[in-house]
Design a protein. Sequence first.
Length: 328
Amino acid sequence: MILVTGGAGYIGSHLVKRLQDQNKEVVVFDNFEKGHKWAVKDVQVVEGDLRNEKDIDYVFENYKIDEVYHFAAFSLVGESMKEPYKYFKNNICGTLNLLNSMQKHKSRYIVFSSTAAVYGEPKIVPITEDQPKNPTNIYGQSKLMVEEILNWYSKLDIIRYVALRYFNAAGAYSDGSIGEAHEPETHLIPLVLETALGKRDKLYVYGDDYPTKDGTPIRDYIHVMDLIEAHILAMKWMKENEKSDVFNLGNGQGFTVLEVIKTAEKVTSKKINYEVVERRSGDPAVLIASSKKAEQVLNWHPQHKELEKIISDAWNWHKNKNRKVLGG
Ligand SMILES: NC(=O)c1ccc[n+]([C@@H]2O[C@H](COP(=O)([O-])OP(=O)(O)OC[C@H]3O[C@@H](n4cnc5c(N)ncnc54)[C@H](O)[C@@H]3O)[C@@H](O)[C@H]2O)c1
Ligand SMILES: O=c1ccn([C@@H]2O[C@H](COP(=O)(O)OP(=O)(O)O[C@H]3O[C@H](CO)[C@H](O)[C@H](O)[C@H]3O)[C@@H](O)[C@H]2O)c(=O)[nH]1
């Protein structure tokens, strides 16, 4: 049985659906603080909170869990700088409770959602896994601390883990049935598409005075379907090799904010109103991943690298979202 913590959230629900498509047995663990009931259909769900030891113990007591995919966390960078306790407690203590349940029940394999935010402002791009880790916010710090905890559990031979450092996840399930629905939404691509739909008057572009080709920051957008494929490969690699490791997951290509807007205008055939405002504090100018290690070791080969494909899949979901959500 496969456990997916945070399986009702954006990325977790995509993995759950993919595993269901492969006829795998899955149990989702989520407190629905950020996740959605409509995102986890026809799958076993345990509603509980990772911060409560008993909640997560219940899962291991009632299901024989062989594989764990751990998505449950808080992930708003700005909020993490205002509420450090909330972030350290959920992201670190929640993971410790999970690891303790795994140890008690001899469940050994975990794939963990880490982030590009562990690097902070990079010295060299593309960023390889061995670059210095200097998080510039509590969110990134909490994920780095979890990586270190996982490393100790692995050294003690209690678990094997793979930590996947995602860059900018985007896009939606290939059939348009589920997609990105954060509340509040802070990510660029969904905000651009909500502007195209008229749900927002305009998009605020956070600064155009960065040292990039058009002055707006460059990010590495990775299709959520490619991202989840890497999780499945990571689990397979870990079990076959009895090893633990850390991998970046990105596209290897960067796009500016204005390039994202332009591509979204092409995909949606709508004009996107935007206004350039002050920089958002803590935003690095350029974040591009080197994912060579994941390609070589995990045999991962992203299939949807074009920005137009990523945005058009996201659009396919966004334009039908309300109908689907209301219709159940
Ligand atoms: N979205 C991105 O671009 C991105 C980038 C890098 C890393 N990540 C990481 O990937 C993971 C998934 O991200 P997402 O965008 O799908 O986030 P999300 O908020 O959509 O999903 C997280 C899920 O975890 C659940 N959850 C949170 N705390 C919980 C707790 N204590 N107990 C039970 N459930 C809990 C939430 O209800 C939600 O369903 C997170 O760990 C995030 O930090 C995301
Ligand atoms: O309304 C907006 C929203 C975003 N942006 C810009 O768009 C780019 C992308 O911003 P996102 O908020 O979509 O993504 P981030 O790169 O800030 O964050 C991503 O990378 C982080 C690591 O650096 C974390 O992992 C985080 O969870 C993940 O979404 C940034 O340059 C940002 O300044 C805007 O101009 N306007």
